[in-house]
Design a protein around this ligand. Structure first.
Ligand SMILES: Cc1cc2nc3c(=O)[nH]c(=O)nc-3n(C[C@H](O)[C@H](O)[C@H](O)COP(=O)(O)OP(=O)(O)OC[C@H]3O[C@@H](n4cnc5c(N)ncnc54)[C@H](O)[C@@H]3O)c2cc1C
Length: 467
């Protein structure tokens, strides 16, 4: 276990699983460190040809050791268990598109990415086959087609809606889903839990090992070697302190916990946290603004496959403000169509409206040093708010959806429209930000520099300050 030549991966969620796959293919045998327990009950999912028949899931924990400094109603959820949040996710896997990167660029250098779609696409090509995706095999500007296993198209009656949606500068397609049309019985609460689907089989084949009940607290930086040489943490069962030497580490503990670990990793070289030369670590916290909408229709339509109305085209939206509509299609919705005597047909549709927001420096997590206790994870200062503009965009998406359904003669009647509090969509990001801006390009941000370094050397080089 204490091999200083070993590569460590923190977490067993989707990001850790992807890293573990790539490392194993490169001949490494990484050791994954997971805060959760091996015996955590992850639930059960039974599906026949994509139709969920039964599902049992543990509840999703809301982190409570927070001092709110932004919107006081904001929420922070986490899953400290094998697979992380992939034990709760909806399994929707739309790709980012060229438009998403162009949108960030037109919002200004502070928001631009240090990589583009062309660089991301080969990685999608590599991981998508692992996800057994079913989806629409067509490419539109805001949703590139991926490597799908099964082809889906919307039922013919959706054509009228598709025409009206295109007239608004959006597109309508079947949403791609992981394990979307498979027959499965899996001991997890979702069809794809990153641990049960990828990490556990690799561990059984001996390509990696997992150490459970291991909460990583910080990374040990060596000034002389200019790299991370060990991971420091605690056994969650016994409380014993741990130090695990390594050659390199991949930090994949989720957007908030990864930032917390880096902020806790202070040293003479990095007094404000590892790589945090410009005070951006933990800042620019992002979560998709989310609204729920339910409409009654004047007719019955096919419930599956679930539809996806893409965001507005760039020429019809303000930089970084857009919202997409994702139709609901769960086991309970399908069961209701059976009970109504019209299997698969419904006159009530629900959608999640997924918006975007411009993140600010003020939206952030930081260590709450005043309340820190020696044996426990330090509490956080947590600030997240949704700009008024983001909520207006959700309202605009609602109105456009109602208009296109009206024009398609589906006679929609709005039953529910509800904007959720910040953090509710559980898509946290931004905290370990990659900047392309001139202000941050030199000497500060650890991730793009590690990434560039890796590209130059064409081999895995781990966490590195790029100097
Ligand atoms: C209800 C719901 C629906 C969603 N639907 C979708 C969807 O349809 N499509 C989509 O793309 N995304 C969806 N998401 C979001 C998606 O689940 C997350 O973005 C994704 O799981 C993040 O992956 P990750 O590996 O970065 O982090 P996580 O999944 O959070 O995994 C983090 C891992 O690190 C471990 N960990 C944390 N702290 C420590 C520590 N200190 N030491 C050791 N281990 C630690 C955790 O136990 C966990 O294993 C949804 C989320 C929810 C809750």
């Amino acid at each position: 276990m204490n091999d200083p030549e070993r590569v460590l991966v923190v977490g067993t969620g989707p990001a850790a699983a992807a890293a573990a796959v790539v490392l194993s293919e490169a001949g490494q045998e990484p050791l994954l460190l997971e805060a959760g327990s091996a015996s955590a009950g992850l639930g059960l999912t039974a599906r026949v040809r994509g139709l969920t028949l039964a599902k049992f899931r543990p509840s999703l924990a809301r982190r409570s050791d927070l001092t709110m400094t932004g919107d006081l109603n904001a929420e922070l959820f986490e899953e400290l268990a094998p697979g992380g949040l992939s034990n709760h996710w909806a399994c929707a896997v739309p790709r980012f598109s060229k438009d998403d990167f162009a949108d960030a660029k037109r919002a200004g250098v502070e928001y631009d990415w240090p990589l583009g779609y062309a660089e991301l696409a080969p990685w999608y090509d590599r991981v998508e086959p692992l996800l057994h995706i079913a989806g629409a095999v067509s490419a539109v500007p805001s949703l590139p087609a991926g490597r799908f296993q099964d082809r889906w198209s919307l039922a013919p009656e959706w054509e009228a809606v598709e025409r009206e949606v295109s007239a608004t500068g959006r597109d309508l397609l079947a949403m791609p889903y992981a394990y979307g049309s498979e027959t499965i019985l899996t001991r997890s609460a979702t069809a794809f839990n990153a641990y049960t689907r990828l990490i556990k089989p690799m561990s059984q084949r001996g390509s990696l090992s997992v150490r459970f009940d291991t909460r990583v607290e910080s990374l040990e930086w060596s000034s002389s070697e200019r790299r991370v040489i060990a991971v420091v943490g605690r056994c969650t069962r016994t409380g014993a302190r741990l130090r695990i030497p390594c050659r390199a580490v991949v930090l994949a503990a989720g957007a908030v916990n990864s930032a917390q670990i880096l902020l806790e990793s202070t040293s003479v070289d990095f007094p404000e946290g590892l790589g945090n030369r410009h005070g951006v670590l933990g800042r620019y916290l992002h979560d998709h603004p989310l609204a729920k909408i339910v409409v009654d229709l004047g007719r019955r339509v096919s419930l599956a496959p679930a539809s996806y109305v893409t965001r507005s085209s760039l020429d019809r939206s303000e930089p970084l403000y857009a919202a997409a509509c994702m139709q609901w299609n769960s086991a309970s919705h399908m069961a209701r169509t059976l009970l109504s005597g019209h299997p698969g047909q419904t006159s009530r549709l629900g959608f999640s409206l997924f918006g975007t927001m411009i993140p600010t420096r003020e939206d952030r997590i930081a260590i709450d040093r005043r309340r820190a206790r020696s044996n426990a994870r330090s509490p956080l200062l947590f600030a997240l708010h949704h700009p008024r503009r983001a909520v207006r965009e959700l309202e605009r998406a609602r109105d456009e959806l109602l208009t296109v359904l009206e024009r398609a003669r589906w006679a929609p009647r709005l039953k529910v429209f509800h904007v959720e509090v910040p953090g509710n969509s559980v898509h946290y990001g931004g905290t370990c930000r990659m900047h392309e801006s001139p202000q941050f390009r030199r000497g500060g941000c650890i991730f793009p520099r590690a990434w560039r370094h890796q590209r130059r050397r064409r081999r895995f080089s781990g966490l590195h300050d790029g100097s």
